[in-house]
Ligand binder design. Structure first.
Ligand code: ZN
Length: 133
């Protein structure tokens, strides 16, 4: 992956936009963007802006922060599996969701819920997160 691909991804996050790459061979969207298609490996891709609309299929929680010290203040946090409209699956922090067992059980019983991006800024780094739509 080139620096410009990474920079483009994070710059777009700062504006609340999700940038991926659509494959010219198989048509699948790779997100976050990489130099080769995540489905067939082709380098023939073009940049696309995703809608940001998705469904949270599952939500759990993390008690320990991610390894980098810059994330120490994030924990504990809700963490979800999301299917984006473009048929891309991502895992991300879910904002605005309490991590108590009853709340998480409620999401499990209710089934998928609509989510939209809610980008976090953590010590100068934009982090992909979602919230209920
Ligand atoms: Zn492909």
């Amino acid at each position: 992956m080139t620096d410009s691909t990474i920079k483009g991804y994070y710059d777009a996050l700062a504006q609340g936009k999700l940038i991926g790459r659509k494959c010219g061979q198989c048509g699948e969207v790779t997100f976050p963007p990489t130099t080769a298609c995540g489905s067939c490996g082709s380098y023939e891709q073009e940049q696309v802006e995703l809608s940001g609309k998705g469904k949270m299929l599952y939500v759990s929680h993390g008690m320990a922060p991610p390894p980098n010290p810059r994330f120490n203040d994030l924990a504990p946090y809700a963490y979800g599996h999301i299917q984006l409209e473009e048929n891309v699956y991502v895992q991300a922090i879910i904002t605005g969701v309490s991590i108590d067992p009853e709340t998480l059980k409620g999401f499990f019983e209710a089934g998928p819920v609509d989510v939209v991006p809610d980008i976090l800024e953590v010590q100068g780094l934009n982090v992909l997160a979602f919230k209920q739509a």
